[in-house]
Write a protein that binds this ligand. Structure first.
Ligand code: URA
Length: 213
């Protein structure tokens, strides 16, 4: 399943437009904050699909029947570009556990690249709701590798992927390997360059958020 969060016009379209815009991208703080806001909207939309339980809450004047999120999710970030999106998810899922994974592209001289995974910090994922933040779903290769890597920490009850911009090829690739994951994205682009960059996309999200390497 894929949900395009900007299918219906909302402020999200403004933020997506700003993170793409070369005249605004040089404001690094604004770039990070916009990704964070996209993470916040995604967190809210995902929460609408999760189970809630009824509890009685004591107020100063009586009791109220309230609904509370039944299971706290695990928020996972692919370092480093996923960090602002992760911050937005954590603003809303503020009791969540967190996982961090390093996955990066090792480029070869012939233009090809492989995904290298080097670091993982993760709670037990058995039966947990796992939400993975990755701003740019391009080829989908790093996401699929990340999910395979994370599965060694337990079998999640459901997996959600949150991205700012997703490419159709990447969405298809992820769904071929992981048919049950739900992808939540701010926008869907059609093209991918030979080097695996999304077109029109926005450029390199990690560099724009944190500076070039
Ligand atoms: N990662 C990025 O930062 N940008 C892309 O276009 C693809 C992957």
């Amino acid at each position: 399943m894929v949900v395009n969060l900007s299918k219906h016009y909302s402020l999200l379209s403004d933020w997506i437009s700003e993170i793409r815009n070369v005249d605004v991208q040089n404001d690094r703080m604004r770039f990070r904050r916009n990704l964070e806001r996209i993470g916040e909207v995604a967190a809210y939309e995902i929460s609408r699909t999760l189970p809630f339980e009824q509890v009685e809450t004591q107020t100063p004047l009586g009791t109220s029947n309230s609904k509370l999120l039944q299971y706290q999710p695990v928020l996972a970030t692919i370092l480093r570009a996923g960090m602002p999106l992760h911050a937005g998810l954590l603003n809303y899922f503020d009791k969540a556990d967190n996982a961090f994974i390093s996955a990066y592209r090792k480029h070869h001289p012939d233009g090809s690249f492989e995904i290298s995974m080097e670091y993982i910090s993760c709670p037990d994922l058995e039966d947990r709701i796992l939400i993975i933040a990755d701003p740019m779903l391009a080829t989908g290769a790093s996401l699929v590798k990340t999910i395979q890597f994370l599965r060694e920490e337990g079998k999640p009850r459901e997996i959600h992927i949150v991205c700012a911009i997703a490419c159709t090829v990447g969405i298809e690739y992820v769904h071929r390997s992981e048919p049950n994951v739900k992808i939540w994205c701010g926008a869907i682009d059609e093209e991918l360059t030979a080097k695996g960059y999304i077109v029109p996309g926005l450029g390199d999200a990690g560099d724009l958020a944190f500076g070039s390497k």
